[in-house]
Design a protein around this ligand. Sequence first.
Ligand code: 5GP
Ligand code: ZN
Length: 113
Amino acid sequence: MNDCIFCKIIHGELPAAKVYEDENVLAFLDISQVTKGHTLVVPKVHQPNLYELTPEAATDVFTAVPKIANAIKAAYNPIGLNLLNNNGEHAGQSVFHFHVHLIPRYGEKDGFG
Ligand code: 5GP
Ligand code: ZN
């Protein structure tokens, strides 16, 4: 049995606010957004972290990322955006299904960083 939260979201077993979807990639709002529009991008195949990410999944995710960044830009009108990826508990990873954070930025008082 797969207890991965992101696999459950991918398979429709847990709800999420979807931002983008294609055959191999899903993007959805972080449940605890550090800024408005904070989005997570995941491959649909379960891969725990960057070290185990296949070239195919890396291509899928990073092909989608600019499209998703532009969708966030259009929807939220941020003045900047951070791309973040944590690998390992000591680097802040808490969900062990590879994901990229897209964090829109709104200026000094946006509460992040
Ligand atoms: P990490 O700390 O692994 O880099 O990021 C995991 C992210 O997943 C966190 O920002 C956390 O808020 C988010 N998260 C954890 N559980 C859920 C969930 O059930 N739904 C959504 N949408 N995000 C989640
Ligand atoms: Zn998973």
